[in-house]
Ligand binder design. Sequence first.
Ligand code: CMC
Length: 444
Amino acid sequence: MPTQVKEGVVSTALLKLPSHEVSLPLVEGTEREQAIDITSLRSDTGCITLDSGFSNTGACESGITFIDGEKGILRYRGYPIEELANHSTFVEVAWLLIWGELPTAEQLASFRRLLSDYELLHEGMRHHFEGFPANGHPMAMLSAVINACGCYYPELLETRINDEQFRRACAILVSKVRTMAAFSYRMTYGKPMMYPDPKLSYCSNFLHMMFSNPHARYDAPPAVVKALRQFLILHADHEQNCSTSTVRMVGSSGANVFASVASGVCALWGPLHGGANMAVIEMLERIREGGESVKSIVEKAKRKQFLLMGFGHRVYKNFDPRAQILEKTCGELLDELGTSDPLLDIARELAEIALTDEYFVERKLYPNVDFYSGIILRAIGLPLNMFTVMFAIGRIPGWIAHWYELSRDPTARIARPRQIYTGPTERHYVPMDQRVAGSTGSGA
Ligand code: CMC
């Protein structure tokens, strides 16, 4: 069957199989990265592709974020991350990611109003927090409560919600996630819940909900607000990472935006992804407490007994531009607060040793976004188990943007990968009295 020529096709690639040859379209993106379109591969050849961890697989076409891992480039909707981190606000970046353009003053003001309208939690939802055990992990609470939004806004549970409904869903998620995160923290520490203050900026409002007390209001120092703003902007999207791909995969079944985003929180939790920011601090603490030296950690990593947390990236093979910005922010924040953190000195020592070691140089392993971010979060006063929650707050706009892009893509199909089966070939049921240990299962 002839392969249909698609938009963006620049040439064809020839695939030679033992039995025959097939010609596959070569497509190109706006930044000239190329892909072999294998949509017709199985029907043309009977073969599928095998790509563990999807390192070589483009799961979609997307106009949201561009990364050039070799050159250390990250752009949201074409805008360099460095410019956004220095000049933009988190709310503006959220708008940019979701709707594709920087907002006008009017659009931004109306979105801010909508965020204020939705910053409170329904009292019923507030009670969920009281039902969780005090030592429950805030990531578990966050994913559960985001998903529970579907119970409070049943009119937003469709895949094809209209534009006005979608704007509301965005405001609910972007705004309430702060309140949910702050409530989970307050509940864990047995502190009274602090309600949001609509007069405050996005970041200041979150810090107020976290750290104010009924008779002692916390006014965050400007350096803290700036560091948090940069942290959130730098985490706002990162194209097809594990959690975003999860959101797209769940969304591809037609699942609503709350369920899809909640699945992103779950995927983010693991230490290889968003959970790395906690793991980095645990590693640095171990070194500081004398449990391990910098040198021995590096040697263990080289012997594959340990992963150097906050190092390495699937896409960045030169440097992670987010880590560069955050290292600077980290130093500035500590200076402006007039404090120091021994973990920053240990992190810098570790980075220096690793960056000159042949093992790390050969494998192009560099500090990633999680390497310095934890030190910033510590300086802000956040406890360790809230670190990945902070990553999630930042990533909400990216997850929403990808869900929306997918929901509006007329060519999108349910995500349903295939596999190469390696289990037993056909065999027949053995009655219980004829089974011997090991012959019908694990033998355990
Ligand atoms: N420490 C020591 N060795 C490493 C590390 C590390 N952190 N990361 C990769 N390697 C080695 C790996 O063992 C392999 O060696 P070899 O070629 O000898 O087999 C080589 O480098 C290539 O690694 P890989 O496992 O193919 O890399 P990957 O693309 O599958 O994994 C990663 C990427 C980020 C999961 C991994 O580098 C890692 O586990 N890093 C530590 C966890 C971490 O910091 N995660 C945050 C990632 S950035 C933020 C985010 O996306 O959430």
